[in-house]
Design a protein around this ligand. Sequence first.
Ligand code: GLP
Length: 264
Amino acid sequence: MTEVVIVDDPTAGAELVAGAVAALVASRPAPVLGLATGGSPRPVYDRLAGLCSTGELSLARCQAFLLDEYVGLSRSHPASYRQVIEREVVVRTDLPAERVLGPDVWVAESDLPAACRRYEERICEAGGVDLQLLGVGTDGHIGFNEPGSSLGSRTRLKTLTARTRADNARFFDGDAGAVPLHVVTQGIGTILEARHLVLLAWGEAKADVIGRLVEGPVTASVPASAVQLHPHVTVVVDSPAASKLQRAEYYRETWAAKPDWQGI
Ligand code: GLP
């Protein structure tokens, strides 16, 4: 079953997920993290930064892969996902900047398909992603796999929906027209190859999509519902984001009864 953990608030969720990262780092010589952007993973990045600053955690042996990237922004644009991860993770932890890779979208347009293939190869060469952080769009997208995306898709060029551009306008001074139309994203098939998926959602605005992705049918119309196919997936939500889950009580009971040593 898709494990659902309903936490008191994003800070408690972040502590839980950072604990899973710490356990991973302790158990593998070269851990591979999958990093997501958007507001949802931020509390986790804050917590990781805190643990690194006190010396309780080191990400120095880690490698990281980004889920997706806008096409058409300069490398130094503050909204480019490379820059977001640089600001939110790299400068605040000891994760080595040169070991953070994202899709190379700064090539000639005709070279994008080859760059997408190369990105998949880099992930494979690293041994695959151990722990993949995910947010979810209000339309059900993961990475930038919009509704209708093939559940077997690989890293490729995609066109954003008007809804996603409107949702992400907040990172472009409120101007949806400034949000790029095109992106490169890991495919759903790529994401499902990570060994542990951790999907985060906070607040009532995500309640509907969380209900559909956890308890609805697996369908390309809700790309995030593909996580139901994964053998190790943890959905971490606060109570408002969990408010449309039919089995919320059961998830709470299951979590309360789970032995501590199992972690997430
Ligand atoms: C963007 C990202 C997704 C992210 C989504 C939700 O579209 N490409 O990876 O999950 O936004 O963002 P937020 O967490 O801010 O709600």
